[in-house]
Design a protein around this ligand. Structure first.
Ligand SMILES: Cc1cc2nc3c(=O)[nH]c(=O)nc-3n(C[C@H](O)[C@H](O)[C@H](O)COP(=O)(O)OP(=O)(O)OC[C@H]3O[C@@H](n4cnc5c(N)ncnc54)[C@H](O)[C@@H]3O)c2cc1C
Length: 556
């Protein structure tokens, strides 16, 4: 993006909604720019449960949300089959539960009608014995159980895939770049673009745009205020606990002490448990997980899975839902619907906000928002995001053949294929063995063995995907989010990025320190006793012993 480049649409905020809108517009031939103040998908989108589900509980008060999410889940599965995974759920029923199995089954029968939209199977009712045979982690105290079918996605990767595809189709992207001011036309108050500041270099830029879309999720009121406009949200904080490995085969419903539904679910290489839903009016840039929240989630999980405390929590996630404003309702009764707001109503024509909604319906939300923008621009191209595959989503990958061809470890190629789909061969291309044995480059090595992440994928992220910091790699390729929490891989990964991005030794060391500090911030609330000791030993063996600690950032 250059100082003088005028665009038709400036999209502010590189979460799933901003990235989805940028892709939709780019596919319709609209010249647009997408700016994100940190890394793509690192806000609420990363903090989500990553479920592209219909939301059984919205069926009662918000059936259109369930419908939209199920329809869009089906579409996301079509355009990004590599990024999604089936999550079968089991819902235990306890004798003391306020709602008995008969009534629950009525709800599930209704939900079954939506299942075909998202390739889900209908529910089944299981006796206690059947349920415990299927999922031995379940409490022996249950009366019976039900199964239901949902889908998960790597939300941060889905976001990046949308942004990268938008760029392929002509959009200008910028991460670590914050909108600090909106450009206004004197007199009319029309928004004409924005003033940006690069948070790494300090450089300032100006983007002139015919229309500006505020897609900053929970930050939307703050951004809108720059134009004197109002966006009313009811921001709600949610956290998850992330376990070192799978704690169960299936996802398992759990009930909180206050009667709220939560669940633990297999997600990528780990299991996650959550989530909470609490009004939040604090600093969106400093969302901390409290010990109370950890205890609340653990207590709920323990009822369904008595052995849960034997499993190690390696980190937490935290985020704030950009829920539409509602007064007088409990947080989890609020509508998950969305709105596209034209701020002409606030005296700021040319400026729009998208707010509310769900990850599961992001594509549909982006379509509606883009329809509005295209209508204003006089662009008649129809939306093509439901039928145009995201990068890597255009076919099936033969993982074993690829691993053989590049002499790469199969588990790492499986994960590479998950993130990149059919593009995985492009990621590995620099490691293609030449015709003569002596010309063959070394086989690709694993940098982060928890995930696992290959050197080739990191190099690709830096050279081809525009990754700018080591921290970006946690979101982009899941570097350091497994058991070692970066202790085993941050140093080596920083070396690789330094080569690709021409970092100095000081910059590399600072990147490792910042990465370690961020991993610590995310892990600390859930650590105690021997788990805390294990974390500290790991950190000191791998980081301090190599001279990476010393800054107060990595100290508790
Ligand atoms: C705990 C939790 C669990 C959830 N689980 C699910 C689920 O399982 N399924 C589901 O469908 N939905 C779920 N959701 C909801 C879903 O995550 C959100 O609806 C969605 O991620 C919102 O995306 P967004 O793009 O609007 O916001 P964000 O992802 O927050 O993106 C906004 C971006 O704007 C950037 N930004 C802010 N200010 C500026 C600025 N001045 N300049 C440039 N950039 C800026 C931020 O850095 C951020 O990256 C969950 C939410 C939470 C909190």
């Amino acid at each position: 993006m250059s100082r003088s480049l005028p665009v038709q649409v400036l999209v502010i905020g590189g979460g799933i909604n901003g990235a989805g809108i940028a892709r939709d517009l780019a596919l319709r031939g609209v010249r647009c720019a997408l700016v994100e103040r940190r890394e793509f998908g690192s806000g609420t989108s990363w903090a989500s449960s990553g479920m592209i589900h219909g939301g059984l509980r919205y069926l009662q008060q918000d059936p259109q949300v369930t419908l939209h999410s199920c329809v869009d889940s089906g579409a996301i599965q079509r355009i990004a089959p590599h990024l999604v995974f089936r999550i079968p759920f089991v819902m235990p029923v306890f004798p003391e539960d306020p709602i008995g199995p008969e009534l629950i089954e009525v709800g599930l029968e209704m939900y079954d009608r939506y299942q075909p939209l998202k390739n889900g199977r209908p529910h089944t009712r299981l006796s206690r014995e059947q349920a415990r045979r299927l999922e031995p982690a379940l409490s022996p105290g249950i009366e019976c159980a039900f199964t239901l079918d949902e889908w998960g996605v790597d939300a941060a990767r889905l976001t990046a895939a949308n942004a990268l595809d938008a760029a392929e189709r002509g959009a200008a992207l910028r991460t670590h770049t914050e909108v600090v001011e909106l450009l206004r036309e004197s007199g009319s108050g029309r928004v004409l673009g924005a003033e940006l500041r690069d948070r790494i270099t300090g450089e300032t830029l100006r983007v002139e745009a015919e229309l500006t879309m505020n897609a900053t999720g929970p930050w939307a009121p703050r951004l809108a205020a720059l134009a004197g406009a109002e966006v009313r949200l009811r921001p709600a904080k949610g956290i998850h606990l992330v376990f070192e490995r799978r704690v169960s085969n299936l996802a398992i419903y759990a009930r909180g002490i206050d009667g709220r539904d939560m669940f633990t679910f297999p997600h990528e290489q780990n299991s996650m448990a959550g989530t909470t839903d609490d009004d939040f009016y604090g600093d969106l840039d400093q969302i901390e997980v409290t010990e109370d929240e950890v205890a609340y989630v653990m207590q709920a999980m323990q009822r369904s899975i008595p052995s849960i405390r034997r499993h190690r929590v390696i980190h937490t996630t935290q985020g704030v839902r950009p829920t539409l404003y509602g007064f007088g309702q409990n947080e989890d009764e609020l509508s998950r619907d969305f709105a596209v707001i034209d701020h002409a109503r606030d005296g700021a024509p040319g400026f729009f906000t998208i707010a509310g909604g769900k990850l599961a319906a992001y594509r549909l939300m982006a379509e509606r928002a883009s329809d509005r923008l295209c209508g204003m621009l006089g662009v008649r191209e129809p939306c093509r995001t439901a039928v145009t595959p995201l990068p890597g989503g255009d076919g099936r990958l033969d993982v074993l053949a690829l691993a053989r061809r590049f002499r790469a470890p199969v588990p790492a190629v499986v994960r590479l294929g998950f993130r990149h789909g059919t593009e995985a061969a492009r990621v590995l291309a620099p490691f293609e063995p030449g015709p003569g044995a002596s010309a063959a480059p070394p086989a690709p090595r694993i940098v982060c063995s928890c995930e696992p992440v290959l050197e080739a994928e990191l190099a690709h992220a830096a050279r081809r995907e525009g990754v700018r910091t080591l921290g970006d790699c946690a979101f982009r390729v899941r570097l350091g989010v497994g058991a070692c929490q970066g202790a085993g891989c941050a140093g080596q990964a920083a070396g690789l990025l330094a080569d690709a991005l021409d970092w100095s030794a000081e910059r590399s060391a600072a990147e490792v320190a910042a990465f370690a500090a961020e991993r610590w911030r995310s892990a600390a609330p859930a650590l105690g006793g021997r788990h805390l000791a294990a974390f500290e030993i790991h950190r000191h063996v791998f980081l301090a012993a190599r001279g990476f600690t010393g800054g107060s950032e990595v100290e508790r």
